[in-house]
Design a protein around this ligand. Sequence first.
Ligand code: C2E
Ligand code: MG
Ligand code: MG
Length: 555
Amino acid sequence: MSDIFNNELFEAFASASDNVYIYVCDMAVDVSRWSKNAISYFGLDGEYIKNAADVWASHVHPDDIEIYTTDITAVFSGKKRTHNCQYRARNSLGEYVWLECKGSVIWNADGTPKIFAGLMTRIDGQSKYDSLTGLLTSQNLYNVDFSSPPGIALLIGLDSFRKVVSNYGYNAGDEILVEFSKRAKALCRPGWQILRFSGDELLVLAFAAERQEAMDFYGRLGQEIDVIELKDGRKVGVSASAGGVSFPGDADSREVLINKLEHSLEYAKNTDRGTLVFFSEEIARKHERGQALREDLKSCIKNGFRGFELFFQPFVNPASQEIVGCECLLRWKGERIVDSYPMEFIKVLEDYGGIREVGFWVMEQAIRQQVEWRARYGNLWVSFNVSYQQFLDEGFEGRLVSYAEKYGVDPSYMIIELTESCVVDNPKELSAIFDRLRARGFKLALDDFGTAYASMEMLKCLHVDYIKVEHSFVRELSEPGHDIDYVIVDNLLEMCRHLGCSSIVEGVENSAVADIVGEMDATMLQGYYYSRPVCRSDFERLLDNDREKRGKAQS
Ligand code: C2E
Ligand code: MG
Ligand code: MG
């Protein structure tokens, strides 16, 4: 008998708990010793088991066997340090119970496994109900039979929940989740099931229901949660988006159902927040394209940012019509996908975090370019775009300062534009970052001002040097029926003057609009009328022409 087993500690640990089972395996002979409670509870043949991996696998639920074997194989091949997974195993009564299984290997000096030891905790009782909302947990999905009766599954997620939590506090977030769950549960028909799927997402299984019933349920839920009153009397406006899938029609297995629900909810949140979207081929295609974009982007980044390029669009002085700067705009052609626009691929980069590296690349190119052009053309204002997520990155300021030093740029000619592609849930933190960057001499701009509902709110808490007036107010200024655009642009520029900010008016597409905004006292103008965004050599040609014209005018 191996020494490994003759250990009083094993006895002590083995009898320490009713719902924790322990085992230790002598890998040289592939014999393991199991705690007595494991033998009785799972109906094992005896305390010592030869080839326990196979014996134990016969207890694992057929639907979970892959999870179990994948994890254990990864541990023994050295890919994973510890065995850690949850699955169901059959007990002596023939019932399946949930186990959390953790274990680790001690290796011999020659790299062969010496001991494998671990513990299995029964988590059935603990994980059936969610402790906050009292709803069933997603673990229960394993017990659902999706084949009959057919129905509709809805995955419902609260919109901008992170922002709600950051505005109202963590406890308020919990209160909202409880109310959301309570009200959703109250609206469920008899026979339906509702589970807390994850964080702020609920899963409703509307058995024997048609689409219309599911839509009515979602509509009523929207009204119910429209305003939630907290215990302290504060009222919070809440909305939810949802994805819907019919089963078994659209999904004949649990995995497919969950995948399709998640894709549909993601689609709803991205394209039509606050609505219910049923799974469709378009969603599947969108999802596939998203995956392909992500892979292609990753591969290009790994290959030294292959396919990425900066384009430049001039800023023009309204009085002299001279090019005084430019905005750097990112372009990308992938190895497989060659037709993606910034709005699409930047969103993908932001979603998976690739924007960090690409953003640093853009930052370096923009700074380097400013310095290179300064030598040839005199100082130009060069702006580049940075999303909220990038600003919050701990490495952002450090990189900016190090590139500025490396290339010797004058920071007062670098304009950093905050794009409004995501919700700013911590304006105070952002404001501190802005102030530090401004103290170092960089110029800060609010991009696309006026479009996002939070523009004014942002202006209240952020000190900026530039406001960029969004092109949708500008493009059609010269056309009849656009008086309101005129009033908006004129007043935004007036506001800039009062705040002591400079302004850049985007979307100047023709000479008529150029004439109108030219009268208005903007600091700089930008738009297709002057030039579309162009590659570096074309932009340099524009600068050469511009400087030549100016030279002639002066002589
Ligand atoms: P943005 O920063 O507001 O850039 C201006 C967008 O308006 C550009 O689109 C530009 O091509 C377009 N535009 C310029 N003049 C006109 C005009 O006269 N009429 C109209 N209709 N459009 C005009 P683009 O290049 O497709 O970029 C889209 C957005 O992608 C940018 O909007 C910016 O938010 C984002 N973006 C671009 N480069 C970067 C980057 O390096 N980093 C980050 N985070 N975002 C970027
Ligand atoms: Mg911009
Ligand atoms: Mg813009």
